[in-house]
Design a protein around this ligand. Structure first.
Ligand code: CTP
Ligand code: MG
Length: 231
């Protein structure tokens, strides 16, 4: 199965000068942790990384340091995640029928999670990994008055990987462009087109490194994993 990694962001909320995926996490760039998990997954056979051209030399260095056995293609990203994925879909190998999409910033996702997603994608047209939310979620208006409290047992926090039949997702992206839909994940386009999106159990540690606190948490979690392996 083919994997697309959106990695063309700027990391504004991280407050760093460069793409947060190039920041160091336990002596390695953040993106190399994501790629190492993709390399270890038995189901993934090809990796496309969407990035800004300025970052390509750094990405190339990361890929070559990892000595990946799988083919890797660098693809020019867009101004939004949605555009970056759109570009990635156009650059998939022609034989690609199902694709997993995984945020470069979710660098703690395990190879098992990729494998579980890839297997589930053989039996449904679209899926996301997600976990039940722990917080009570409030719907709030522009004056910060609470308008609604959705039943928590119906709420799941979306993560990546997300997986789709390629032709269906391409159609949804085209429709989204025509109609000006702006979404933060691909499943939202699928839903807007009336297509079903299956939930696959995610991982509590599969956080999206977004702020400096997330970076510290990611470091803590990775250290724990290394300790467990050494024991
Ligand atoms: N991404 C992308 N193209 C963009 C914007 C984001 O490929 N134009 C990628 C990011 O590199 C990241 C993933 O989408 O791997 C999720 O985005 P996010 O966590 O929001 O990262 P950034 O956009 O870099 O961060 P911020 O929103 O704080 O600027
Ligand atoms: Mg962003």
């Amino acid at each position: 199965m083919h994997l697309l990694i959106p990695a063309a962001g700027s990391g504004r909320r991280m407050g760093s000068q460069r793409n947060k995926l190039l920041l160091t996490l336990l002596e390695k760039p953040l993106l190399s942790w994501t790629l190492a998990a993709a390399e270890a997954s038995g189901h993934i056979t090809w990796i496309g990384i969407m990035g800004q051209p300025d970052d390509f030399p750094d990405f190339e260095a990361i890929v070559s340091d990892l000595s990946l056995t799988k083919p890797v293609k660098l693809i020019q990203g867009g101004a939004t995640r949605q555009e970056s994925v759109y570009n990635g879909l156009q650059s998939l190998p022609p034989e690609s029928d199902r694709v997993l999409i995984h945020d470069g910033a979710r660098c703690l996702a395990t190879a098992e999670l990729f494998d579980r997603s890839a297997e589930a994608l053989l039996t449904c047209p679209g899926l996301i990994v997600a976990i039940p939310v722990k917080d009570t979620i409030k719907v709030v208006d522009e004056r910060r008055i609470v308008r609604d409290t959705p039943e928590r047992s119906n709420l799941w926090a979306a993560q990546t990987p997300q997986g789709f039949e390629v032709q269906l997702l391409k159609k949804c992206h085209e429709e989204g462009r025509e109609k000006g839909w702006e979404v933060t994940d691909d499943a939202a386009l699928f839903e807007k087109c009336g297509l079903p999106v299956q939930i696959v159990e995610g991982e509590e540690t599969n956080l999206k490194v977004t702020t400096p606190v997330d970076l510290a948490l990611a470091e803590f979690i990775l250290r724990q994993r290394t300790l467990t392996v050494d024991r």
